[in-house]
Design a binder for this molecule. Structure first.
Ligand code: NAD
Ligand code: UGA
Length: 450
């Protein structure tokens, strides 16, 4: 039985390895982390990550061929294949501050692997990394005097949160990059063999290492660029009477454009789009390509502008003063079906409401614990309420920031009756029926519609 180890039990490491364990009973899969509380949660009924279908997958294999632990060194020693899935946030200090990837967790992991290993291993970059990181990994790993050899392979993850299990079960593609010498090719095949247990071979793409690393940043940059493109035009729609949903449908019917990822919104969030694009921007600057850097940076700038201008629109509709007013924020997760609040546009919305001295009342189906953590410095100025009706009570406006399906299904007449009048709804995700809400009596605003 081969031993697979994953270092990093987060949003990627947990679900990805649980799926490998489920599909490959012939492998023993172990996930380790320095965060003992997170490992305890993975070993409990209350998993640290909320994903539809994840609990069932974990419960079907945990204790059989999937294990969670904190015994990192011992687990490294017994592993044949090590996936590295640690966090790679934006650097907040020194050179490249605010743009470059902070690679300290990756480097520490490489050094732990080196220190604890006593035999050859394949090390797989699962984290999203700047192009050519594998070169540094190899330099650290293969600098050893123990006579052991490490093959470094890139296998970026493309799952989206909220749909992680279906994405993993049925991926558009699996990408594996490696060196083209005999040892590199064998390592790539070893990783391809794992996925081939459930992914058709034609969907397993192999490339050189640098193409694989850079494809991941490129994929996220393209996806985010589509959202910024549609969001930039949503502003023009609001000025001209065009309707952004109608435009998205009309252009999406062109098979060259395609219909996905054209939903105008209050802005994209999540831990990766912004950080990965800024990383791309940094790389372009580093390689002396300022025009390319500027092009991609505009995707992030438009995104922040979209959120800020949305709050300004709401402010204008509330007579330019919301000081002391209760404003309900419906949704704090960065998207529906997740408890993840990293880089959520709702966070920026709440901060701007606080700048205006409003009283934000936040409701969310899964993200209230993380919202409280993110807003720990202003807990006395913000309210957190589980029940959306309770959140709406006496509010002057509702800002819908997350596309939770449950919001569309609320009894909006009841909500209206609870609110202060005039009652405003700003639909930052374009999921509500504006005509019906207007009939009830709401003032209704949404993205990209006059
Ligand atoms: P995360 O913060 O949820 O998880 C990372 C985990 O690594 C943490 O639990 C942390 O404690 C652990 N860790 C850090 N250093 C460690 C060390 N030295 N030893 C052991 N454990 C260590 O992050 P995530 O969202 O899972 O993302 C991980 C990587 O995957 C990032 O590079 C990210 O860009 C990429 N990615 C994320 C997603 C996503 O949907 N979240 C999708 C695709 C790719
Ligand atoms: C994204 C990518 O979709 C994944 O392929 C990638 O693996 C992942 O980043 C990563 O590298 O972390 P994720 O951020 O989890 O996944 O979720 P998305 O579905 O991409 O949504 C990102 C943000 O864009 C959300 O705030 C969502 O509401 C917003 N969005 C999405 C829009 O505003 N409009 C759209 O049309 C689509």
């Amino acid at each position: 039985m081969k031993n697979i180890l994953c270092i990093g039990a987060g949003y990627v490491g947990g679900p990805t390895m649980a799926m490998i364990a489920k599909k490959c009973p012939q492998y023993r899969v172990k996930i380790v982390d320095i965060n003992a509380a997170r490992i305890d949660a993975w070993n409990s009924d209350n998993l640290p990550v909320y994903e539809p279908g994840l609990q069932e997958v974990v419960e079907s294999v945990r204790g059989k061929n999937l294990f969670f632990g904190t015994d990192i060194d011992a687990s490294i020693k017994e592993a044949d294949i090590i996936f590295v899935s640690v966090n790679t946030p934006t650097k907040t200090f020194g050179f490249g501050c605010g743009k470059a990837s902070d690679l300290q967790y990756i480097e520490k992991t490489a050094r732990s692997i080196l220190a604890a290993s006593d035999g050859n291993k394949i090390v797989v970059e699962k984290s999203t990394l700047p192009v050519r990181t594998a070169e540094s990994m190899e330099r650290i790993l293969n600098s050893n005097q123990k006579g052991i050899h490490f093959d470094v392979v890139s296998n970026p993850e493309f799952l989206a949160e909220g749909t992680a299990i279906t994405d993993l079960e049925n991926p558009d593609r699996v990408l594996i990059g490696g060196h083209t010498d005999a040892s590199g090719r064998a390592a790539v095949e070893e990783i391809a063999k794992i996925y081939a247990n459930w992914v058709p071979r034609e969907r397993i793409i192999t490339t050189n290492l640098w193409s694989s690393e850079l494809s991941k940043l490129t994929a996220n940059a393209f996806l985010a660029q589509r959202i910024s493109s549609v969001n930039s035009l949503s502003a023009l729609c609001e000025k001209t009477g065009a309707n952004i949903d109608e435009i998205a449908y009309a252009i999406g019917c062109d098979s060259r454009i395609g219909s996905k990822f054209l939903k105008a919104s209050i802005g994209f969030g999540g831990s990766c789009f912004k950080k990965d694009i800024l990383n791309l921007v940094y790389l372009c600057e580093h390689y002396g390509l300022p025009e390319v850097a500027e092009y991609w940076e505009s995707v992030v700038k438009i995104n922040e502008w979209q959120t800020t201008r949305s709050v300004k629109r709401v402010l204008r509709s509330l007579f330019n003063t919301i000081a002391g007013k209760k404003i309900a924020v419906f949704g704090f997760a960065f998207k529906a079906n997740t408890n993840d609040t990293r880089e959520s546009p709702a966070h920026l919305v709440v901060r701007e409401l606080l700048d205006e001295r409003a009283i934000p009342v936040i409701t969310d189906y899964k993200a209230l614990p993380d919202a409280k953590r993110d807003l720990s410095d202003v807990l006395d100025k913000v309210m957190f309420v589980e029940d959306p009706y309770e959140a709406a009570k006496d509010a002057h406006a509702i800002l819908l920031c997350t596309e939770w399906r449950q919001f569309a299904e609320l009894d909006w007449k009841k909500v209206y009756n609870l609110m202060s009048k005039p009652a405003l709804i700003f639909d930052g995700r374009n999921i509500l029926n504006g005509d019906e809400l207007t009939k009830i009596g709401f003032e209704f605003m949404s993205i990209g519609k006059a």
